[in-house]
Design a protein. Sequence first.
Length: 150
Amino acid sequence: MGIEVWHIWIIAAVILFIVEIFAPTFISICIAIGCLASGLFSYFDYGIKIQTIIFFIGTIASFFGVRPLMLKYAYKEGRGIKTNVDALIGKIGRVTIKIDPNKDEGRVIVDGEDWRAISEGNIIINSGEKIEVIKVDSTILIVKSIKKGE
């Protein structure tokens, strides 16, 4: 007893489910659902024409039925998460080298990392003062001083 057609459909579906883990676009999963539907029809000895039709119907139905729901609910919480340098905006740090726009110098420590910094409004911020990151411009942080009591 060798491999049958329905085995191939199921193996393809499993591979596509695995692909979906690494590329969560919900396209592979739609095709996998079509493969599962065709595998079921193949198991009950329907011809290849019926299997192909069921594959397309299953894929299209899941694409327009499952995918919108998954995109709406599965990605709901991940949408406002800032990453990379954008995650620095709003963080608090400390000035390590006086920020002086006249001398074009200034460095801050934010989350344990040393950054070149300029001040918002081109004001001088002394070494040791607390700052808040307002914006990131390439590798330079634009910061504002945090006064005590703020």
